[in-house]
Every structure is written in C-alpha cells, then in structure tokens.
Design a protein around this ligand. Structure first.
Ligand SMILES: Nc1ncnc2c1ncn2[C@@H]1O[C@H](COP(=O)(O)OP(=O)(O)OP(=O)(O)O)[C@@H](O)[C@H]1O
Length: 298
C-alpha cells in the first residue's frame, strides 16, 4: 500500500503533514508518542478518513474512488467494533453479512476464525461479559473473517496479560504470509520481536524509518553488549582495544555493529574463553525513541 504526500486531520486541525510511506507484504510497526498521529494515519490509510491533500493507494486503487477495495482491508481499532449485546457468534455472523459473505462461505470463514483464535468456549457469551483478552481475540476474529490482505492493528495487545499477548503475536506471525500488517504499539519489546521495519511518527511527521539495524546505523546508535564468560577475557579485550567494564556478572562494552561483536566473540573463543551468554544491554528502539523525542523538542 502507498501513502503519497498525505496531509490529514480533523476540521481545520492538521494532524499528519506530508506523509510518504510504502508498505509491502510483511510486518510493519508504527511507533510514536501519544498524540503523534498513529491512529489518524491508520484511519487515513484504511480509507476511513479522507486526506486533506495527497493520495492513498490500496492494491493500486484509491479507496475514495474505488470503495470496493476496502473489502481487502481489516482494521482493528481501539474500540474493537463489537456489539456489546450480541454474543461472539452473533457478532461474527452479523459482520460477515454486512461484508456480503453468505451461506457456506460465511460458515467456513467463521469456523476458521473460531479455530485460529480459540473462540469455541466463548462463542455463546455476550460481548459485554467478556474479559479484555477475550474481547481482543473476538475482535480480531471479526477483522479476519473477510481474509483481508491489508491489516491495520491499532495497539492490539494493550491490556492483555503476557501469555495472551504472546499467543496473539504468535497468531499474527502465522498469518503474516502474503499479507501486509501495519501495527501500532507502545511496547518496544513487541516491536523488536515482530517488526520487519519500523516507522517513527513524531508530531504527525515521519522522522525515521527502516529495519532496526538500518535505524541503528542511520542514527549512529552503539550496541551495548554484555558477555558472561568463563576465564579471564581482559588480555583479549586489551589486544582488541575493547573498553569493557565488569558489572558483577557481565563484561559490558560498546560496539558499532553486529559484525564487530562477532569478531570479539570469535577472538575470545579462539583464546579458549568460554562464552556463556551474549546479550544486548539496551533495547535499541528505546534509545532511538528517546533520541527522536529529544530531536523533536529542538
Ligand atoms: N476525532 C478527532 N477529532 C479531533 N481531533 C482528533 C480526533 N482524533 C484524534 N484527534 C487529535 O489528533 C492528534 C493525534 O491523535 P491520534 O489518536 O492519531 O494519536 P496516536 O498517536 O494514535 O495517540 P495514542 O498513542 O495516544 O493512541 C491528537 O492531538 C488528537 O487529539
């Protein structure tokens, strides 16, 4: 999907300014502070909110001129879009009919959704009686009913316990193939785990985009690496001019990229130092987010 020179907002207020983005099949994460415009970007990109300027292309078509293309779009919003007084199954049936699915095809789609999202135990429950995790799963089942090729998921794991969030992430990984998933979250661990690339929004503008490695290079972020070893690594660190500090369990040092880390580990192993553990000491996205927020204040 493509977002071309888009400016958008509400009434006279401009929220997004000159956004140019292109997303191919795969998993794309949008990060940004509260109010930076992530939901607004989703609403414009999904063809719900018309842009003030610029153009959206979904599978090559502008949803404002070719509204049928919106059938290829699934959008899981903050409010989840379920009717509270209907049961989960009634919601699925109702949504399927609104989307023009009927008969055997509707039954099959509902069964697929029930299977994928483990809904069989709660099918007969009224939505207003569901827990947060059950709500999220039901809403996602509804979104997936039409088998959309383009999925917008606005903070889908918010409010889920760690096990439920992990289950949902696993499911999303399973369905990514052949789909474009655009995903917003405030959870940096989740972003690191899932993202093929990351787009940072600040004050309605794209301030950085790329894979984590690309962003690290662009913003010259150092890797802070911790090594737990058996043996004395200090002679090797000295010969490689690595300034490593022992923090009580790990030798911690900065490297500029993964290749350099690899060379240090190889040297240690060649010198018969056993490497018990290698870990990244900081989440690079956290560093990046803080750096971008600082830059935005200037
Ligand atoms: N329906 C609306 N009418 C007017 N202004 C709105 C509307 N929805 C959002 N805004 C404003 O647009 C700006 C961006 O909001 P948006 O919800 O897109 O941000 P966000 O990055 O998704 O935030 P969060 O991380 O808190 O969910 C905010 O200043 C918000 O007040």
């Amino acid at each position: 999907m493509q977002i071309q020179s888009v400016t958008a907002g509400y009434g006279s207020a401009v929220v997004l300014t000159q956004i140019d983005l292109e997303f191919s099949a795969g998993f794309h994460v949008i990060l940004g502070p509260n109010g930076s415009g992530k939901t607004t970007l989703f609403r414009v990109a999904a063809g719900i909110l018309p842009p003030k300027a610029g153009q959206i292309k979904i599978l090559g078509q502008d949803p404002l001129h070719a509204p049928l293309v919106k059938q290829q779009v699934g959008y899981l919003s903050h409010n989840l879009g379920l009717s509270p007084n209907l049961t989960v199954e009634e919601n699925l049936l109702f949504w399927g009919k609104i989307q023009g699915i009927r008969g055997v095809r509707l039954r099959q789609s509902i069964e697929n959704s029930i299977d994928r999202l483990h809904l069989s135990d709660i099918l007969g429950k009224r939505v207003r009686t569901l827990s947060r995790g059950q709500l999220q799963r039901s809403a996602l089942a509804q979104v997936l009913l039409t088998d959309p090729k383009l999925l917008f998921l606005d903070e889908p794991t918010t409010g889920l316990d760690p096990a439920a969030a992990r289950t949902l992430r696993q499911l999303l990984r399973d369905i990514t193939k052949d789909r474009t998933i655009i995903y917003s979250t405030h959870n940096l661990y989740e972003a690191t785990e899932l993202a093929q690339d990351i787009t940072f929004l600040t004050k309605g503008r794209v301030v950085a985009q790329g894979s984590i490695e690309e962003l690290r290079r662009q913003k010259q972020l150092a890797h802070r690496v911790g090594l737990r070893v058996k043996g004395d690594p200090t002679p090797i660190f000295a010969s490689l001019q690595v300034n490593a500090q022992f923090d009580g369990s790990h030798w911690v040092f900065e490297t500029s990229n993964e290749e350099e880390t690899g060379r240090i580990v190889e040297s240690l192993v060649s010198a018969k130092i056993t490497v018990l553990e290698l870990r990244e000491m900081d989440n690079p996205l956290e560093e990046l987010l803080l750096q971008l927020e600082e830059e935005a204040k200037k």
